[in-house]
Design a protein around this ligand. Structure first.
Ligand code: PGA
Length: 256
């Protein structure tokens, strides 16, 4: 597998953090620190910060993403935001199927698939999250589970549309816990996801697919993780809220 065939992406997932003023400050701090990045840099922010983030990143190399979207184009879905609404604003990326949405908001593999298709049809790039719970790992079903999550999420997604999909492997036990998967564990599952893509699509699609690791990735461990042959960057939660730390991770991906 040739790492040069694909783009490394470091994406921040701010989750439910930062008001507009704080968002602007963080982006202004970040801009000069990542201006020479050798990888794609994305920040996924709360809906209320999208407008601020789009304005603050204009003319810079930082791309903006949302953290979720609904699968309907419009309609009676109080409190929801459609993929078209995001695309119309100029948002480029959207995180779909984050484990926090699966755990706390009833997200299923089927709704992840619906949201993925809606986002792709709207012209957004999807950061699709998959990953096992601790119990799954202990029961030795990580491989089957992650393959299944990947297959269902991508049902009816064409090979052409797949070019706008990035997969983030995020073991749930590593998210926000300070427990990172070892570089070897991360690579093992990312490589399994790539094999699943090859099975469902083909080798060309698998070689070109950006597969990130996420889960307590930080300034200290990023270099080893992104250097793995099948890890093409990261989805960063906590460490993306500090400009300095996030920029160190971006630099690690540049070198990796
Ligand atoms: P973390 O979160 O880096 O804080 O573990 C990662 C994520 O949830 O995307």
């Amino acid at each position: 597998m040739n790492k040069n065939l694909r783009k490394a992406i470091i994406a921040g997932n701010w989750k439910m953090n930062k008001n507009r003023a704080e968002a602007k400050t963080l982006i202004e701090e970040l801009k000069p620190l990542v201006a020479n990045a050798g990888c794609e840099v994305v920040i996924c922010v709360p809906f209320t910060n999208l407008e601020t983030a789009l304005a603050a990143t204009e003319g810079s190399n930082i791309k903006v993403g949302a953290e979720n979207c609904h699968f309907a184009k419009s309609g009676a879905y109080t409190g929801e935001i459609s993929a078209d609404m995001l695309a119309e604003m100029g948002v480029e990326y959207v995180v779909i199927g984050h484990s926090e949405r699966r755990q706390y908001f009833g997200e299923t593999d089927t709704t992840v698939n619906l949201r993925t298709k809606a986002a792709l049809e709207a012209g957004l790039k999807v950061i699709l999250c998959v990953g096992e719970m601790l119990e799954d790992r202990e029961n030795n079903i990580t491989e089957e589970l992650v393959a299944l999550q990947t297959k269902i999420a991508l049902k009816d997604v064409t090979k052409e549309q797949l070019k706008n999909v990035i997969i983030a492997y995020e073991p749930v036990w590593a998210i926000g816990t300070g427990k990172t998967a070892t570089a070897q564990q991360a690579n093992e599952v990312c490589s399994l996801i790539r094999a699943t893509i090859e099975k469902v699509y083909d080798k060309e699609a698998a070689d070109a697919m950006t597969i990130q690791y996420g889960g307590s990735m930080n300034a200290a461990n990023a270099e080893e993780l992104v250097a793995q042959p099948d890890v093409d960057g990261g989805l960063i939660g906590g460490a993306s809220l500090k400009a300095e730390d996030f920029s160190i991770i971006v630099k690690a991906a540049t070198n990796g």
